[in-house]
Design a protein around this ligand. Structure first.
Ligand code: NAP
Length: 513
């Protein structure tokens, strides 16, 4: 199989994709979801340059297929298409938009299994997790299909008899959506669901590693009857991302940017958007504390720790990054966490018994390895793991548990984004809160406690946008997702998610008497 894959990269990719699916025993019922062209103005298109780039399966290193490597001129065409589609999309009723979103949701639900397989193929996560992501991602389209009809204005109490004053909400225009590889389906639906419900059209730039999921979603959007130009996907490789991204920030035809990714890139895009005073939503990196107090139910805390830390092999923005464990239960917690970690099964996520996939690419493996080496060099204790799992594949890293953590270690300071759990001992509540907040990031935070007064106190003191109390998995379409400090601005999901894509217009009716 790998022979075919290696000799065929220049052969037209439709064939390659079919062979790939067969070779991976993907049993894809509907191969038409696997598109090797970008989606612009309702059509499947190549890059104007004719260039393509390869997408690899992170579990095996094998080629999945290639997609257009688009650049400035391609993204300009997509932006124009979205701009041309805006007047008609924004002027149909919210109810009509809701119905189309509902059709899109129904198709995504119907084909959830197939989409989940594509997620596993290109992002590497275990199939059960991919199914979970797809269900989660779909729920945002379901939610926003309903929210479309609840974008209400206000009638004000005018202080002047001859005037009436009204506030209405209108869509901002074309939205640029730039998304990461770690949730290739949900990061798109969370943004596009809200944007489309509000009446915006959009241009999506998915991550280089995971374009196929984005393209599959376009296929279903087209089947749902979402008009041409309303959703566009521009694929580009990593070297082209800055050019494509800059245009998405600076084009006068773009009204706003919604970005999910690293804080470093978020800062750059924020600056680029400043030149046009664009609306900006940023969902950036985290450094989540996970505190376990002496009063906690340790078994529940360990369950939460495994769910929060090891989902997507630790490559989740809301992953627990620093475990802060109170001194009375530290040893017991570490022992129980280790027991669970050594039983995690690494492998190709398409196999049903696997619950830990690979890291997304070689750069990510090097980063995780460097963080562990730095900690060990500075005196950390490796309780388990601590090595690449090369016997399974080049991009696998052993679930790793570190103790004896010092404040100058990278694992203490940085978002690890890998299967490395670091446990820090603390003695007082104040100390735990201080450690939790000693970071520029403020996305999610978790703590386990059965002391009700402590629960309320600590929840309020944590400098984060989201708190899990005795819970390791917190996100849902009904809730507002987002961070504070350098973890971002704006919210996704909930009724707040729509606000990112509308502006308030004040209308004053005068001379009424
Ligand atoms: P990233 O490097 O910032 O990439 C995210 C997206 O931005 C990708 O599509 C990437 O394209 C693109 N990009 C990279 N450089 C760009 C540039 N100069 N101009 C325009 N676009 C550019 O982040 P990542 O490594 O993919 O994702 C991991 C980070 O995302 C972590 O920090 C994680 O915490 C964060 N994240 C946050 C949330 C949240 O909701 N807060 C959710 C998920 C992930 P290429 O792939 O082609 O480089």
């Amino acid at each position: 199989m790998s022979l075919y894959i290696r000799v065929l990269p220049l052969v037209q990719s439709d064939k390659l994709l079919r062979m790939t699916a067969k070779a991976f025993k993907m049993d894809l019922k509907n191969l038409s979801f696997l598109h090797n062209k970008a989606y612009v103005n309702g059509e499947w298109v190549s890059a104007k340059s004719g260039k393509t780039f390869n997408v690899l399966n992170p579990a095996t290193g094998e080629l999945i297929g290639d997609v257009p490597d688009m650049d400035l001129q391609d993204v300009q065409v997509a932006i124009k298409a979205a701009h041309d589609a805006f007047p008609s999309w924004s002027s149909i009723t919210a109810k009509e938009r809701g119905i189309l979103l509902r059709k899109w949701y129904d198709l995504m639900e119907k084909n959830a299994e197939e989409i989940a397989k594509i997620v596993t193929l290109e992002a590497g996560k275990p199939l059960a997790e991919s199914k979970g992501e797809v269900a989660y991602g779909n729920s945002f389209v379901d939610w926003f299909a309903e929210e479309a009809r609840r974008i209400h204005g206000e009638v004000l109490q005018s202080p002047i008899k001859s005037k009436e004053m009204v506030l209405i909400k209108q869509p901002i225009g074309v939205a640029a959506l730039i998304t990461p590889w770690n949730f290739p389906q949900a990061m798109i639906t969370r943004k596009a669901g809200a944007a489309l419900a509000a009446g915006c059209t959009c241009v999506i730039k998915p991550a280089e590693d995971t374009p196929f999921t984005a393209l599959a979603l376009c296929d279903l959007a087209a089947q749902a009857g979402i008009p041409k130009g309303v959703i566009n996907v521009v694929t580009s490789d990593r070297p082209n991302a800055p050019t494509v991204g800059k245009e998405l920030c600076e084009s006068p035809l773009i009204a706003g940017l919604s970005f999910t990714g690293s804080t470093e890139v978020g800062k750059l895009l924020y600056q680029q958007c400043a030149s046009g005073i664009k609306r900006v939503g940023l969902e950036l990196g985290g450094n989540a504390p996970f505190i376990v107090f002496n009063s906690a139910d340790i078994d529940k805390a360990v369950d939460g720790a495994i769910a929060s830390k090891f989902r997507n092999c630790g490559q989740t923005c809301v992953s627990a990054n620093r475990f802060l464990i109170q001194d009375g239960i530290f040893d017991k917690f570490v022992e129980k966490l280790k027991e669970r970690m050594i039983n995690l099964k690494l492998g190709n996520g398409i196999q049903s018994d696997v619950n830990q996939g690979p890291l997304i690419n070689k750069a990510q493996v090097n980063k995780v390895e460097g963080i562990v080496k730095d900690a060990v060099d500075k005196g950390a204790t490796v309780v388990c793991g601590g090595q690449r799992a090369t016997e399974i594949g080049e991009q696998f890293y052993q679930p790793t548990l570190l103790t004896n953590i010092k404040t100058d270690m990278l694992c203490y300071l940085e978002e690890i984004f890998g299967p490395v759990a670091v446990c820090i001992k603390f003695s007082s509540e104040d100390e735990a809160v201080t450690i939790s907040n000693c970071t520029k990031r403020g996305l999610a935070g978790y703590f386990y406690s059965n002391d009700v007064t402590q629960v309320w106190r600590v929840a309020k003191k944590m400098e984060v946008g989201m708190v899990g109390v005795n819970e390791g998995i917190i996100s849902s379409a009904e809730a507002a997702f987002g961070g504070i400090k350098e973890s971002g601005i704006g919210r996704e999901g909930s009724h707040h998610g729509i606000e990112e894509f509308v502006y308030v217009k004040y209308i004053c009716f005068g001379n009424l008497q």
